[in-house]
Every structure is written in C-alpha cells, then in structure tokens.
Write a protein that binds this ligand. Structure first.
Ligand code: PEP
Ligand code: MG
Length: 588
C-alpha cells in the first residue's frame, strides 16, 4: 500500500490513466467589493480606473497593429468597437458616478455599470445598439483583468503526459486542455453530465469528478491513477493497484481496438434492427474524425462552444465560414447545427447570461436568451442560411431548451423573414429543417402537439434527467440522485419517440446516455433508432448493438411500467449485457 490514498467520486469518462499530476488552479476573477470611506479614496480609485482604461486601450491598439487587422469588419471591427466603448462618454460618466456618488471601488464600479449598461442596450429594441452589449461585456472583462493584474487565459503549462487535477473546470477551461498531453482529468466537483464532463469524454480520456478535497491533497508531479469506470482516483498507487488497473486497461484496450476496427460497419442487432450513429461535435475540427469512428454525420453541433472558445460573440461572417466548411466536408451526410445553448453552466466569459440568477439552469438559458437577444439569434440564423446557400444543401437547425410552442413558432418566423430578405437581395436559400431538443419535461409531455410544428426531435437526456428529477447535472452533492435510467425519465423518452413516430418526424437521442452501452440497450428497447454521441464512444456502442437482440432490449418497456427505481432498470440492463456481451459489461 505504501502511502496510497483512495478517493471515491463519480466516473464520468471510462478507462484507466496512470501518470504524474498537474494541479491546475483557475485564475478566477474574484471581484473585491469595497465601500470607499477615507477622504481622497474616490480620487485614487478613479485614477486606477483611468490607468486601467489607458493600458487596455493601448493593448487593443497594439493587437490591431500587430495583427495588421482591417478595422472595417471581422476581428478588427470588434476591437475597434471595444476602443469606442472605452471612450463612450455615457459609460465613463456612469463609472465616475459609481465611484464618486455611490462610493464604490473601481472593480465594483466596472462590474455594476457594465452589467447595467449591457442590459439596457440589449433591451433597447434597437438592433445596432443591442449588438454593442457584447462589446461592453468584453471591455468590462478586459478592464477588470487590467485593474486586478490577472491574465485569465487558462495556463496548462506542463510537458509530457499528465493527469489534470483541479477543483473544477469551466467549459472554456476544458476546451483549453492540451489534448496531446492530458491523459486524464480528476476534479473535486462536477457531475456526470456537466459540460466539462462531456468535453472530456469527447477527448476520449478517463475522468473522475466529485472527488471532494482531492486537489488539495495532490501536488503537481505526484503519481496519480484514475479508474474512470469505478469512479476512483488513487494518489501514489501501490504495486497491487497498479497491477489491477493495468490489466483493466489492457482488457479495455483490446475491446475498444476490436470495436474500432469494425467501426465503419453498420450496427444491426442479431434480430435485424438497424441503428444509425451520428456524432456530437463542439468545433469545426471534430468533423474530420467522424467517419473513422463510425459516425454517419453530425447529430449535434454545440455551437455555443465557438462563443466560449473566443470569449465573445462570434461574428456572422466567421460563423458562416465555419458552418459552410463543415457542411462541405460532410457532403450530403446529416448536419444538425444547434442554436447557441448559452446559460446554465455555459457563460460566455462575462456576466450577462444568467450568471446573476439564483437558478441559471431555470433562467435565461438557450432559446430564452436568444429570443430576448434577437440580434445574436438573427446573426446565427443568417449564418446558417448562408451556409445552406453556399453548399446548396438542406441543413438541420435545432432549438435547445424548448418549453413552449411559441419558441418554435417564433424561430420559424425569424428563419422565414431572413430567407425572404435574402431572396429580395437575390440570394435563394434552402430553409433548414427545424428541430427541437426535447430536454424539458414540458416538451416531452407535449411532444405530440410540438411535433406538428417541427421537423425532428433530438432528445437531450442530460437535461431531461436534470429537469425531470430536479437534480443539478453539475452538482457532486446530488450526483447519486442524477439517474437518467429513472423510470420517470424513460417514460418521457418513450412518449417522445412514440409522438415522433406517430407524426412521422425524425427522432434521435444525443444525451450522454446514448454513449453508455448499458443505457444504450435501454434506449434501443424504448424504440430509439438514431443515436448521437461523442465520436470516441461510437465504436463500443455500435458493438453493443450488434450483440444484443432487439427483442431482449424491448423487454424494458414492461420493466419501466412496473419498476419504480433506476436500480431496477439498471439491474435489467446488466442482466441483458451479462448474457450477450459480458466483456462489454465489465467496462460499464
Ligand atoms: C442534453 O441536454 O442532453 C444535450 C445533449 O445538450 P447539452 O448536454 O449540451 O445540454
Ligand atoms: Mg441540453
């Protein structure tokens, strides 16, 4: 054992990793809020703020010169807009008032004025003004970083293969992980379908979250082992553990290797039911590897990651370029672009989406945010239509977090208006098929009615489980209650599939359940015939489908009618896997 320490958490990405740790601490902007008292303090704060403003403006000018950017549009235009915001008289006056009249320190003044100012711009009803709100957010972030002397770019400064250990990782930090060197991730916090979790799964490396105080016990360079299946992290593993994990790793390696070799073959159950596999992607580059993993196209492009990666709204031109390039690469294979799903745990690096709400997952998230900030939404719709026109193909456009029919109707209206205005300018575009994420119980319960207004359903079981069970998908403290196999969730999935079939529209599942062999059997039994998941997960789930007769999986329908717990459903699915694919069961 020699000093080995074991930490139990939630396995969020399967597999085994053994490597030295890199302990990451995020450079969070913890705003110092202070009420000014002493005489002259306000002058001092005002002068700090002016210095920060000058140095921010200098930085922006330097970037413009260094990159030789045109200032009329694109990146250069954005930076120019930042400079203008820094010089905006009303903005400066409000900052001054916060310090001199309200007696607040510089950081507090900036965050207060920026969120007020951005909210005012967004609700102005004037599209041009509303577009400037994002600039205000960005400028505020730059000012705060300068005031506090912080560089908030995530720093993963290490050589060689490492397991990243941290308290928590935001989606943007997870995006910044150096994929060529990180072999595993261990976090104190987070649940199985937090966005950090699904990004790690997309990289295809083992991860364990919800490990309590693990990151404070580990130092960079310490040997760490992760068992992503069992949800265990071991500090300084002894010879016994190392041997056990190595043999697990070898068995998984052989199985995955065999499944990868067959990845391109169709997935048909022994009794002849065919299942289609699509990929969930987070950026343009992910498309290249899809075919090799056995994916027939893209079932979910989480476009908000473009925004998160850049830390600000993505210009229409850039979006159109990305969607067009991806559509070209995919040819006539399916391509579903999901509208920006911002909010919840996905913020765009500033304070304006839901961050100040008590329950951001129940707040101004996804389609609610987009319909409140139509300028962002219209930019995305225009970019999608431009990609359709440039490639001459029909794309799929998915609306996230729909809870009310009006959200579908309004989106369709915006698409029509945009297409009409393109037509008036001589650009004929093919309107995308419009689909909705069924991920709020209201949408699942009203699926038959909603099906009349859209072209397909994409079932988001990550959120559907969270909202049905009232369990935060990101929280480690209620992680054991987060059970996508709960019969209540499964009944909603089944009802949605039935409604889609009755209305003859397409239906797929793109939540993380689809990527787990055990849960995939259950979904197959409930009638799901299209799965979308991280490309790395496709080969093993395809192999599972090839082994398990549909007639066996379909017995789950009776189980969920009689069963009251997720454990009963899990027991059933384990029994099926034990009979038809025991070596896959050992990896679940
Ligand atoms: C889901 O909720 O299942 C889903 C696929 O969307 P996301 O995980 O991005 O919220
Ligand atoms: Mg979702």
């Amino acid at each position: 054992m020699d000093g080995e320490e074991r930490f139990e958490g939630v396995g969020v990405s399967p597999g085994v990793a053994m490597a030295p740790a890199f302990v990451y601490r995020s450079a969070e902007l913890r705003l110092p809020r202070r009420t000014l008292g002493a005489p002259g303090e306000a002058e001092g704060e005002w002068s700090r703020l002016r210095d920060a403003r000058d140095s921010t403006a200098r930085d922006i000018r330097r970037t413009l010169v260094a990159l030789d950017l045109e200032t009329s549009g694109g990146e250069g235009g954005i930076l120019e807009a930042h400079l203008m915001a820094l010089e905006d008289e009303l903005f400066i006056k409000e900052l001054r008032d916060e310090i001199f009249k309200m007696g607040r320190n510089a950081e507090w003044a900036v965050s207060e004025v920026a969120s007020r100012y951005a909210a005012k711009l967004r609700s102005s009803g004037n599209e041009l003004l509303a577009e400037r709100a994002g600039d205000i957010d960005d400028v505020a972030r730059r000012l705060l970083q300068s005031l506090m002397g912080v560089d908030s770019t995530p720093q993963f400064s290490f050589e060689g293969r490492r397991i990243v250990v941290a308290g928590n990782l935001s989606p943007s930090e997870t995006l910044a992980l150096p994929r060529d060197r990180v072999v595993g991730v261990a976090l104190d916090r987070g649940g199985a379908t937090s966005h950090a979790a699904l990004l790690v799964r997309a990289i295809g490396i083992p991860a364990v979250f919800g490990l309590g105080n693990f990151s404070s016990r580990v130092r960079s360079g310490d040997e760490v082992a992760l068992d992503g299946n069992g949800g265990v992290a071991i500090l300084s593993p002894g010879a016994g553990e190392t041997g056990r994990l190595r043999s697990m790793e070898a068995e998984r390696g052989n199985l995955v290797e065999m499944a990868r070799r067959r990845a391109a073959e169709p997935a048909v159950t022994p009794d002849g039911v065919e299942v289609a596999f699509l990929a969930n992607v987070e950026n343009e580059g992910d498309v290249a590897g899809i075919a090799a993993s056995g994916g027939a196209g893209v079932g979910l492009f989480r476009t908000e990651y473009l925004w998160l990666a850049e830390g600000r709204p993505v210009a229409e031109e850039r979006q159109a370029e990305i969607y067009t390039a991806m559509a070209r690469e995919l040819g006539d294979r399916p391509f579903a672009i999901r509208a920006f799903d911002l909010g919840g745990d996905k913020f765009h690096g500033s304070a304006s989406v839901g961050e100040h709400e008590a329950n951001p997952f129940l707040g101004l998230r996804s389609i609610r945010f987009l319909l409140r900030n139509e300028n962002f939404f219209k930019t995305q719709i225009r970019a999608v239509l431009r990609a359709g026109a440039a490639t001459g193909r029909r794309l799929d456009f998915t609306i996230p977090m729909v809870s009310d029919m009006s959200e579908i109707v309004k989106t369709r209206e915006l698409i029509r208006e945009t297409a009409d205005s393109f037509a008036r300018h001589g650009v004929e575009c093919i309107e995308p098929r419009l689909g909705i994420m069924v991920e709020v119980p209201a949408a699942a319960v009203s699926a038959a009615a909603f099906a009349r207004h859209c072209d397909y359903f994409s079932i988001g079981t990550n959120d559907l489980a969270q909202y049905t069970l009232a369990v935060d998908r990101c929280s480690e403290s209620v992680a054991t209650l987060y059970q996508p196999l709960h019969p209540a969730v499964l009944r909603l999935v089944r009802g949605t599939v039935e409604a889609a079939c009755a209305a003859s529209i397409g239906v797929s599942v793109c939540g993380e359940m689809a990527a787990d062999p055990l849960s995939a059997i259950v979904l197959l039994g409930l009638g799901v015939r299209t799965f979308s998941m991280a490309p790395a997960a496709i080969p093993l789930v395809k192999e599972t489908v090839r082994r398990v007769p549909h007639s066996e999986a379909a017995r789950v329908v009776q189980i969920i009618e009689g069963a009251a717990t997720a454990a009963q459903v899990r027991h059933f699915a384990r029994g099926v896997l034990a009979r038809f694919a025991p070596e896959i069961l050992r990896q679940c």
